[in-house]
Each structure stands twice: as C-alpha cells, then as structure tokens.
Design a protein around this ligand. Structure first.
Ligand SMILES: Nc1ncnc2c1ncn2[C@@H]1O[C@H](COP(=O)(O)OP(=O)(O)OP(=O)(O)O)[C@@H](O)[C@H]1O
Ligand SMILES: [Mg+2]
Length: 392
C-alpha cells in the first residue's frame, strides 16, 4: 500500500514546516539587522533585545531560527560561550510552563511541578550564571503571552541583566504577528528600543516564486516540475502572502502527482491540492447559477483539464459542444463573455490577457485556480442532470 517508490519527491523532510532552509529567500536585510542588533552580545557580552513583527507566513520564525543557528555556529568557532532557547508561547500556556522549558535547557530533569514562578526565575538565573554562557531567549508568538497578561514574565527576564551583582548576558527576541509593543507595560517597554523592531513585509508573487522554486529543488526529483507549475502555486499563495501556503501546496501537489501517471506535477495536481486545502467551491454555491452559466463553467472545466489556462476561443468551441450535448441553444459571444466575467466576480475563474505569437494578437485566457477541473466538471454535470447528491 505505502511501499511504492517515490518518483516525484526525493526528500519529504524539506517540505515540512520544521525544516529551516540554510538560505532564506529575500530576507538578507532582516538577517543583517538581527546581526547588527546582536553584535554587542558577541563582542562585549552585552544584553540586547529585538522585536520581530510581520504578516502571517512571512518567515519570522524561520529567519530567527536560522539566525540563532548561525550565531551558535559563529560563537562555537570563535570560542564565545553562547546558547539559545526557542519557545513557542502559544504552545506553552502558562508562565510556569515557559519557565520550566527555559530551565530544562540546563537541567533536563527539572520537574513540571513544585516550584513557584519566582523560585524558577531564581533557578534559571543561577543556571545562566553557572554556565557562563551568553544566553539568547526567543519568545515566538509572544502575542498570545501578552494577550493573557503575562508581560511580567518578560519584565522579570529582562531584569536579569540589570543586576550588577553576578551580571549575566541575557538577550531576548520577541516574535509576533501583530504589533504588540503597545500592550507591554512601561517598565518592560523601556528595554524595547524602537530601533530594535524589525518589520517583515508580506511576501509578493516574486518572493513566493523564488521560495517555491528553491523548495522544489531541494525536495523534488529534477524534471518533475516546471516554471509554469511554480508560478501557478506562487500565484495562489500570493493572495495571502503566506509562504506556508506555497510550501503546503507544493507538498500536496507532489503527492497528487505521485499517484498520477504523468511522472511530473501537472496543473491539475495543483488544483487538486488547493481543493484539498480550501474546498472553496461547494455545490450550493454553484446551484445559484442558472443553466446558462453552468454550461459555460462546464465548458471551461472540460476544456482546461490538465492545462494551467486556456484561450477564450478554445472554451467557446467546447461550449458549443456542451450546449449540443445538453440540447440548449448556445449564447452569442457577448453573452458568453458576460457569464465568464460574472463567474470571475464569484471567484470561480480568473481571466487575463496575453500576447499570443501564433495569433499575432492579444488573446483572452481563462484559468481555474480553485478546484480540480475534473471535480468541477463532475459537480456541474450532476447539478444539471438533477442528481441530488448529498456528498456535494
Ligand atoms: N524567505 C524564505 N525562504 C524560504 N522559506 C521560507 C521563507 N520564509 C518562510 N519560509 C518557509 O515558510 C514557512 C512559514 O514561515 P514561518 O513559519 O517562518 O512564518 P512566520 O512568519 O513565523 O508565520 P506565523 O506568523 O504564522 O508564525 C516555513 O516552512 C518557512 O521555512
Ligand atoms: Mg512563526
């Protein structure tokens, strides 16, 4: 059952969200800013703080993880005692559980219960002093910690380095989707100099093309994907600017392609993947369309099959055949196109214009971004034929 050799995917681990790429695409400036902020930690054992904010899936966690790994590597090569701890605050729901995880970096057997937060802060401090390491603590998804009012923990941790006696080097990187600095109380806020905020801008289509292509190269067998497929995936992900959507689509498309016979990822695999992720088209949405529009949509889905997009002319030819099949008079060109535009407004299809060398003219094209053409054809056929299908 699962023992079939893989023909598309050569390294599935590169498609997981935990995988941290060695090189992050178009995040050099952010990496350099982090380096600039943390340089005094390496040079003079200072304590620094940085705040990383940005859109969902804009590479905040991945970039900071890569930064920590690179910093550890650098310090190791230059005999600088250094360690970092990364905590996801959404997964650790109490201050106590965050403190336990911090202490376990030094003492793996530290118990879950039995210590108050105040005691644990003392234990943590002792461990840091004893280790002689410059420590960097990363609090990821810190907005969840701040929303539940746990800003005191941040304050207590930042105070470690204020103490003149047994001075420790303890730096912090806070990561959040939202801009949460204004929710932190004044005492801790004073340690967050505004210059130390790094904003991660939302990824655009070009960024997502590069991210998807680099991940495909790492994870997939050569020759199983082409530029058009990468572009198609990036285009879908560009709606949200979330790199996670692009990687997830690539992963699922590759899995669909494994089950297909083409030996490569086809546009239809990407549509199937998207359908699996969102299932945007439901039969009830389709039923609101009358027969005429449904026939046009059926013509689009039958015509497009495995292709990324088709010309308006090709769809109109298929439309004529479909109308004959369902014994309905075909509408004229203007009416046909107005149906296409109406369904584009509903989000079922997309249209664009492009120069066609064979025709020597600008041609209108139609694409089907949200659902596999075969699934869409089947759903429409059933609605037209009046089959009441509960699974739809
Ligand atoms: N610049 C990039 N180059 C390569 N891969 C990237 C890049 N940015 C993000 N990724 C990948 O996209 C996925 C999502 O990125 P990441 O988890 O860092 O986003 P995030 O900003 O932390 O999102 P969230 O706000 O949801 O926590 C990860 O698998 C990550 O490896
Ligand atoms: Mg994250």
């Amino acid at each position: 059952m699962f023992d079939r050799g893989s023909t598309i995917i050569k390294d599935a681990s590169k498609l997981t969200f935990d995988y941290v790429p060695v090189e992050l695409i178009n995040r050099d400036a952010e990496m350099e800013t982090l380096e600039m902020i943390m340089r005094p930690v390496v040079d003079t054992a200072a304590s620094e703080t940085a705040f990383v904010a940005g859109n969902i899936g804009s590479g905040k966690t991945a970039t900071v993880k890569r930064f920590c790994m690179d910093m550890l590597d650098y310090c190791g090569r230059h005999n600088v005692p250094f360690g970092y701890i990364l905590i996801n605050c959404r997964q650790k729901t109490t201050d106590a559980s965050i403190l336990v995880q911090l202490i376990r970096y030094f003492d793996r057997d530290f118990p879950d219960k039995g210590f108050s937060p105040a005691d644990m802060l003392l234990v943590l401090r002792k461990h840091i002093v004893k280790s002689g390491k410059r420590m960097l603590i990363v609090l990821d998804e810190v907005d969840s910690l701040i929303k539940r009012g746990s800003t005191d923990l941040i304050y207590q941790i930042t105070r470690f380095s204020d103490d003149d006696y047994n001075k420790v080097s303890l730096s912090l990187i806070l990561i959040s989707q939202e801009y949460v600095l204004n929710k932190i109380d004044k005492a801790s806020l004073s340690t967050f100099k505004s210059a130390n905020t790094i904003r991660f801008r939302k990824y655009n289509k070009e960024d997502l093309v590069a991210i998807t292509a680099s991940r495909a190269k790492l994870a997939l067998v050569d020759g199983t994907f082409d530029d058009e497929i990468i572009d198609f995936i990036a285009d879908i992900a560009a709606d949200t600017g979330d790199a996670r959507v692009a990687i997830d689509l690539l992963d699922k498309s590759a899995r669909f392609a494994e089950n297909g016979s083409a030996g490569a990822i086809m546009a239809e695999d990407v549509r199937s993947a998207k359908n699996l992720m969102y299932n945007l088209v439901s039969a009830s949405n389709l039923r609101q369309f009358g027969m005429n529009k449904l026939l046009v949509l059926l013509a689009v889905s039958r015509c497009i099959k495995n292709k990324t997009y088709v010309s308006q002319k090709a769809v109109e030819n298929t439309y004529a055949v479909v109308c004959e099949e369902y014994e309905t008079p075909a509408k004229g060109h203007t009416q046909f196109w107005s149906y296409i535009i109406a369904m584009e407004k509903e989000g079922f299809i997309k249209t664009f214009k492009q120069f066609d060398h064979a025709e020597g003219a600008i041609v209108k094209y139609i694409s089907l971004p949200d659902i596999p053409a075969s699934t869409l054809s089947r759903i429409i056929e059933r609605i037209i034929e009046g089959v009441d299908d509960d699974e739809m």
